[in-house]
Design a protein. Structure first.
Length: 192
């Protein structure tokens, strides 16, 4: 019996990572942004941003496909750089947003595509409509934050949304129906 003990030990060590569990990280609201852009009448590209939002990542570094992410923020935290544009976006032409109206994203699957890349599929709820979207994601860095001295993670992602899918298609196609989305987030490991 004892001659099988080393084999049992090796088997245990080889399968140990499968029992690792995802660690909870909370978004660093001060260093997490969503930037969106769209073509305006062929003359320019207009930009907007959401910042200061809340979210949580359950991150399994050994098995990234077992990770998940949830994010939420009020529509009215949108930044456009011009008050009149913001007011128009919040009007009945677009969001007709109440103060408490939220944008949410909840991942449903993660497909690892490379050493630091993945496709994150999730449900995006925007303007009362929920649709599945795919984010092309990159893990920028994972390690100890040099100032906070705690575990930290950084990720980037991109996607393209069709605003008419969310009942926001006013003035399309003159104002592009496609909206390019760039996401950059930092997250800190939650206290155990």
């Amino acid at each position: 019996m004892t001659r099988f003990a080393p084999l049992a030990l090796i088997a245990t060590l080889v399968t140990a990572p499968a029992f690792a569990e995802a660690k909870k990280y909370t978004l660093d609201a001060s260093h997490s942004q969503i930037v969106f852009s769209y073509n305006h009448l062929g003359f320019s590209t207009s930009y907007g941003m959401f910042s200061g939002f809340n979210g949580e990542i359950l991150f399994d570094q050994a098995d990234p496909a077992a990770s998940s992410v949830t994010v939420s923020f009020p529509v009215k935290t949108m930044l456009t750089g011009w008050q009149e544009r913001f007011d128009h976006f919040m009007s009945a032409d677009f969001f007709d947003a109440a103060d408490e109206e939220m944008v949410t994203f909840t991942s449903t699957a993660i497909e690892v595509t490379g050493e630091k890349t993945a496709k994150i599929t999730g449900d995006l709820s925007l303007n009362g409509v929920t649709k599945s979207v795919v984010l092309d994601a990159v893990m920028n860095q994972v390690g100890e934050h040099p100032m906070a001295k705690t575990p930290w993670a950084g990720f980037s992602a991109t996607t393209t949304l069709i605003r008419s899918d969310y009942n926001l298609g006013q003035f399309a196609p003159y104002v592009s129906d496609e909206v390019q989305v760039q996401i950059s987030i930092e997250a800190q490991k939650a206290a155990d």
